[in-house]
Design a protein. Structure first.
Length: 595
């Protein structure tokens, strides 16, 4: 278990605007009259048009108002003061964005309303954060292979995607998570930090994402590439994601995406037998729902999402396997000479052995352990493409299976104009089998539980507190196809082998010179059972034309990994036991002649 306590007490002194909190935004501005004089005491409100949640405050002695820690969404910002016309402006607030809305109030009555059409500035002067927002419309409408929203990170400037293989993460973590390659601002792919609704969403081992929500559950996300506030100080780049909130209107979707092999080409064939095989089937389905709406109008809202993923693909792989007769000890078709190791004698550096008559090994000389292992070493099903008949003499029909399910439930509660709450629970599971030969493939088992709760509370017209608690449970084991299914090493009763846990069940590594091997020689399985607890609190304080922000982040990591064990052992058959070595002299005793 590893504990890290990055207490980020950071005070930022800026002009006119505070830095917003993770995944939340800020609306700020000045209130003036037609002559340009500041107007203190004007009543300013910001109303989320989806939930009618409203925050109110008065412009201060400098004519400035600031609403911090607002959830992204559409807002109507309104300024009112007796003796002036009411002025309002519609704005869209994005994740980690500061929007400036200045008001110029005209003489009139409160019943008169002037609607201002805002124009986004070409340069944001409120803070120096560099980043790109990918809003909901692009997330939902742009085509995404596999509906992985992180592919859209490549739309941001200064980002390179899919530039390398999975590396060590592919060997120890597996799945699509390990294959997500994003280099932001020239940094290494391991230098990214992912958040979801303002809490941690980053694996503590390889810095990959933990939970990948369905695109239908997302509001938007922002890729931050530099000059962000200290609360983001854990990595060189940030990908901050926000889930959707329910609104006063019910909205829902049902979806199903399907791909198949109808237009796929046939694989290359080495022989007529292989050419006669049917085209490998392929079916890919992603389906689910999203539903959001009010539980109690203007007070409690929900958003629920579930997505299933089923991927079935059949691969055809060629192997070099021993001939059927060889499996019983009949090597009469083998052009070399087989020597009986039980008859060998050694004189100095010279070894003398008798041959097996006719290159046939008696059945009682075949090890029972080897005979059992033949279950995982199929017989040829095609004619080999070389003189011995052992090259490309087996075409394996291998069924790849990928099953994924994920669920997200979010609740938002508008307690009052000065206090709002939100909570989310998400669960995800991945089960993947990448086959090889017969029961020789790999297996990924992944289980994720993630929860968070947050509260934004206005303590006074100039002080706002934001609190969040997050929890992650990340279980990931990447091992062999027979993990949790069959203990082959236990069945073989190999001397000296210790009992194995279910995650390590599989076949020992078998290497045969000149032929395809089987079993597994990796040091896996690698099993991670990690948990993260974090508490985050930020306080923003407005004073005149200045703002202060102070925050703390308390985090506990439980980092538990098992791996690098080589638990199943390995056997190598290189021909030395039944063959002759250079510099050695062997004699065929049955014929009485020297060889």
């Amino acid at each position: 278990m590893r504990r890290s306590f990055p207490l980020l007490f950071v005070m930022l002194l800026l002009v006119a605007v505070p830095v917003g909190a993770q995944t939340l935004g800020t609306i700020t501005g000045e209130v003036k009259d037609g002559s340009g004089a500041i107007i203190p005491g004007a009543s300013v409100s910001a109303t989320n048009t989806g939930t009618n949640a409203t925050r109110e405050m008065s412009s201060n002695e400098s004519g400035i108002y600031t609403f911090t820690a607002l959830p992204p969404g559409p807002y109507v910002v309104k300024s009112e003061l007796q003796g002036f016309k009411t002025v309002e402006q519609k704005v869209d607030l994005h994740v980690e964005q500061t929007v400036r809305v200045n008001f110029t109030m005209e003489i009139g009555t409160l019943s008169e309303t002037a609607e201002v059409t805002g124009v986004a500035p070409l340069i944001t002067t409120e803070n120096a954060t560099v980043g790109t927002v990918i809003e909901n419309r692009r997330i939902v409408e742009l085509p995404l292979n596999g509906r992985n929203f992180l592919s859209l990170v490549a739309l941001s400037p200064n980002v390179s995607a899919e530039f390398a293989g999975a590396g060590q993460a592919g060997d120890r973590q597996g799945g699509s998570r390990a294959g997500q390659q994003l280099s932001i601002s020239g940094q290494r792919r391991e230098f990214n930090y992912y958040t979801l609704d303002g809490t941690d969403n980053t694996d503590v081992n390889f810095n990959t994402y933990i939970l990948l929500p369905s695109v239908d559950a997302l509001e938007e996300f922002k890729v931050q590439t530099g000059i962000y506030s200290a609360e983001f100080g854990r990595a060189a780049s940030q990908v901050n994601v926000v889930t959707k909130s329910g609104t006063n209107q019910f909205h829902g979707t049902l979806f199903e995406f399907h791909r198949n092999d109808s237009f796929d080409s046939r694989p290359f064939s080495f022989s007529a037998a292989q050419a006669a095989l049917p085209k490998p089937p392929f079916k890919w389905n992603q389906y689910g729902y999203t539903l959001g709406g009010p539980i109690w109008s203007n007070k409690i809202f929900f958003m629920s999402n579930w997505e299933g993923y089923r991927d079935r693909k059949q691969n055809q792989q060629n192997y070099n396997l021993p001939l059927a007769a060889w499996r019983t000890g009949d090597f009469s078709s083998y052009s070399g000479v087989l020597y009986d190791p039980a008859t060998c004698t050694l004189s100095g550096t010279t070894r003398t052995c008798a041959t097996f008559p006719g290159n046939r090994i008696p059945a009682n000389r075949i090890s029972p352990t080897s005979a059992k292992l033949l279950e995982f070493y199929p017989s040829p099903n095609a004619t080999g493409t070389d003189a011995t008949g052992t090259v490309n003499n087996y075409t394996g029909i291998q069924d790849r299976v990928i099953d994924k399910d994920q669920f997200t439930q979010r609740i938002d509660f508008v307690q009052s104009s000065s206090s709002t709450w939100m909570g989310r629970y998400s669960h995800s599971r991945d089960d993947e089998i990448q086959p090889a030969l017969k029961l020789n493939g790999s297996k990924l088992v992944n289980r994720i539980h993630q929860g968070m709760v947050g509260n934004t509370r206005t303590l006074s017209p100039t002080v706002v507190n934001e609190f969040r608690f997050g929890y992650n449970s990340f279980y990931n084991t990447f091992g062999r196809e027979l993990a949790f299914v069959r203990d082959v090493t236990g069945e073989l009763a190999i001397p000296g082998m210790n009992p194995l846990p279910e995650t390590a069940w599989g076949i020992p590594s078998i290497t045969v010179n000149g032929l395809s091997g089987f079993g597994d020689s990796t040091e896996g399985p690698y099993t991670n059972n990690n948990k993260v607890f974090e508490f985050i609190d930020n306080v923003s304080w407005i004073k005149g034309r200045h703002s202060f922000k102070v925050g703390a982040h308390y985090r506990i990591d439980h980092y538990n990994q098992v791996g690098n064990q080589f638990p199943r052992g390995g056997f190598q058959f290189d021909g030395r036991a039944t063959g002759s070595l250079v510099g050695e002299r062997s004699r065929d005793r049955s014929r009485g002649s020297d060889k």
